[in-house]
Design a protein around this ligand. Structure first.
Ligand SMILES: Nc1ncnc2c1ncn2[C@@H]1O[C@H](COP(=O)(O)OP(=O)(O)OP(=O)(O)O)[C@@H](O)[C@H]1O
Length: 657
């Protein structure tokens, strides 16, 4: 007897007596219903499956693939393999052989293979595979290295990490491009990008807008821009400003002097204004927007710019926007009082002081929704990564995050991407490329002849001139020498106190001093008016620093000269990087660099296959990541730090025992 369905049948049986009263047809239907519902037997199920399959095929689903058990699949594959080798495959199952059993070598081979573990099979496969070429091996090695160096904890708050909070949409600012841009097609927007060499990545790209008034800035801001002779946006401003105004997270890469500061400062001012109008910032509150810079000098410069635009807005009757400069070397109490007494809208800070103020509860990021890391890669290089991570943990909700620099090696880019929500990358020129408005001259000068030759070099152009040296000691030595020779010179480096640093920069900016001698502290982001000539008293150890140093000239479309002294004290690596930069910028390559053996010439093919030019770690064009001196130095430094943490090289747990 067929099995009875447990629920369905019994319910139908209960309802039956009422329905029988409704005539013969109904009675017959009822009889059917009264039949016990049977469970399908296996054979019937197979028939049913076959029927469904036929139906699917009739419906045009002709990509149906019959399920074949793994064992059968392996046998089939093996037969095909043997057939390819020219050996006649034998039937393998007892069914196929008519129950004669397995007798041939091939069958035994198949049997043995089926019993082999996946690991053994994989090892055999590898043995059978064609040998790896040297290029393939190196590319794999490079990929491994990059995977290791980019595997860092994501830039997120502790709460976001703990609760696995992921933001998927950009912040809604309410800003939209004017209608005429919204009516334009994507192709039309792309034409504008192509015209200005703007390379953009990301979803739903906002349009490039080639004038400031269409970005909907208030008249006060347009007036200040015009007063500074800033009439048309530069390519990075054209594309990145609308994207930021629309609330998007951004990685902005453009050559030195291309106007990146305005790209992130103006939208921050607009965000602060919007917030103040919506709900005025009270005592103890703020900031709404935050810009973090790697040096005090750069923070002050950005702060001054923000102040100027905020003042102009106030003059035009907009609410007051208060801005705080939070940098080391200045009394923290004054900075904290400003927050406590009035509340602030915007902060421009260096990472150390910012972290201090937050941990000491002198300021919160409770209402902060805008964060920009200027010279982001340099900040990570300078060891501020952990400070930034800590600062981030003070945010209470989603923030719009922006990262800018002229150099952005792949390792930083992928690290940055971990923090950004649906980001837009705006690239104008290759990251790490030099500004083409700079004439780069490289001269071989013996160490002992450098000072004398420097004096001669200063004759190349009129002041102001900037001189860079790697070491503080050299900066002091050059400074003294020039003062003795009657040159109006000032000097800046990290060991000078804050007052001295500020005075030197201000007097040089104001044109009271002709020459500024500095370590790399002054190389990133500082915007000095009309520098004609940058002299590199030595070649920096990292090629990115060279790009930033010489980028102090050739700004605002003016041409500048950069002279770099090299000699045998420089490593071949950095000289090769330099040679490639000069080549890329179509500059004269001096014979001493021409003569260098260049391994990259042999690796040109690999560059084409991998699509990565030069080193993915530091951005140098003269070597690959497998040969990167910076990576080696960073690894050494990391090991040293780890050893320190565990009690020094000879100490640690071992020493305690
Ligand atoms: N659209 C513009 N037209 C003309 N000048 C501009 C424009 N935008 C900015 N500037 C001016 O160009 C100079 C360089 O700008 P900024 O310092 O922002 O460059 P940057 O890209 O940040 O350079 P760096 O990479 O060296 O930091 C500034 O003096 C600024 O006032």
């Amino acid at each position: 007897m067929a099995p009875v369905a447990e629920n369905g049948a019994s319910e139908q049986q209960q309802e039956a007596p009422q329905d029988v009263q409704n005539g013969p047809a109904a009675a017959q239907q009822q009889q059917e219903a009264l039949k016990p519902v049977k469970r399908y037997r296996r054979a019937e199920l197979d028939e049913e499956e076959e029927r469904q399959r036929q139906l699917l095929l009739e419906d045009g689903e002709d990509d149906y693939e019959e399920y074949v058990p793994l064992k059968k699949r392996r046998q089939k594959e093996e037969q095909e393999r043997l057939a390819r080798l020219g050996r006649v495959p034998q039937p393998t199952s007892s069914a196929d052989t008519g129950g004669t059993g397995r007798s041939t070598d091939d069958e035994q081979e198949v049997d043995r293979r089926q019993k082999e573990s996946l690991l053994v099979l994989k090892a055999k496969q590898l043995q059978e595979a064609p040998p790896e070429t040297e290029q393939e091996r190196q590319l794999k090695e490079e990929a491994d290295i990059m995977r290791q160096v980019t595997q860092k904890a994501a830039l997120k708050t502790y709460k976001e990490l703990a609760k696995d909070i992921k933001y998927t949409q950009a912040i809604n600012t309410g800003w939209r491009p004017p209608l005429k841009y919204r009516l334009m097609s994507d192709d039309e927007h792309q034409k504008v990008r192509d015209q200005f060499y703007i390379i953009c990545e990301g979803h739903n790209l906002p349009p490039p807008i080639p004038n400031f008034s269409d970005m909907k800035f208030p008249p006060a801001i347009l007036r200040v821009l015009e007063g500074k002779g800033i009439k048309r946006p530069t390519p990075i401003q054209m594309q990145a400003t609308p994207a930021i105004l629309a609330g998007r997270d951004i990685i902005g890469i453009a050559f030195t002097g291309s106007g990146k500061t305005l790209v992130f400062s103006l939208p921050m001012i607009m965000a602060a204004l919007q917030e103040e109008v919506r709900m005025p910032v009270q005592r103890g509150e703020g900031p709404v927007g935050l810009i973090v810079c790697p040096s005090r000098e750069l923070a002050r410069q950005t702060f001054d710019i923000v102040l100027e635009y905020a003042e102009a807005l106030k003059e035009d009757g907009h609410p007051e926007l208060r801005t705080l400069l939070a940098i080391g070397g200045v009394d923290m109490k004054t900075q904290a009082d400003q927050v406590r007494n009035q509340g602030i809208h915007m902060v421009v800070a260096t990472p150390g002081r910012l972290k201090d103020m937050l941990t000491k509860r002198r300021m919160t990021l409770d209402i902060c929704r805008y964060l920009c890391l200027d010279e982001a890669d340099r900040m990570v290089d300078l060891g501020f990564e952990e400070d930034i991570r800590e600062v981030l943990s003070f945010f209470k909700g989603q923030r719009q995050m922006l990262m800018f620099s002229a150099t952005m090696p792949a390792k930083i880019k992928s690290f940055a991407e971990s923090a950004l929500v649906d980001p837009v990358t705006v690239n104008v020129g290759r990251a790490g490329a030099t500004n083409l408005d700079i004439i780069q001259e490289v001269e071989y000068v013996k160490e002992e002849a450098k000072l004398v030759y420097l004096l001669e070099c200063l004759q190349k152009t009129a002041p102001p001139v900037l001189i860079f040296a790697e070491n503080k000691k050299d900066v002091d030595m050059i400074h003294e020498f020039l003062l003795v020779k009657g040159v109006e010179a000032v000097a800046v480096h990290g060991s000078k106190d804050q007052e001295e640093r500020e005075w030197a920069i201000q007097s040089f900016k104001a044109g009271q001093k002709d020459v500024l001698i500095a370590t790399d502290v002054a190389s990133k982001g500082l915007d000095f008016e009309g520098i004609q000539h940058v002299v590199n008293f030595d070649m920096p150890e990292e090629i990115e620093n060279y790009v930033h140093r010489i980028g102090r000239t050739g700004r605002k479309g003016k041409t500048g000269i950069a002279t770099t002294f090299i000699n045998k004290n420089q490593s071949e690596h950095i000289l090769l990087d330099l040679k490639h930069l000069l080549k890329e910028a179509k500059q004269r390559i001096p014979p001493v660099l021409q003569a260098l053996h260049d391994p990259m010439e042999e690796l040109a093919e690999m560059e084409a296959i991998s699509g990565t030019k030069g080193c993915a770690y530091c951005g140098g064009l003269g070597h690959r990541v497998t040969d990167c001196p910076k990576l080696r130095a960073d690894t050494r430094e990391q090991t040293r730090k780890q050893q320190d943490r565990f009690g020094g090289t000879g100490g640690g747990f071992g020493a305690e025992m």
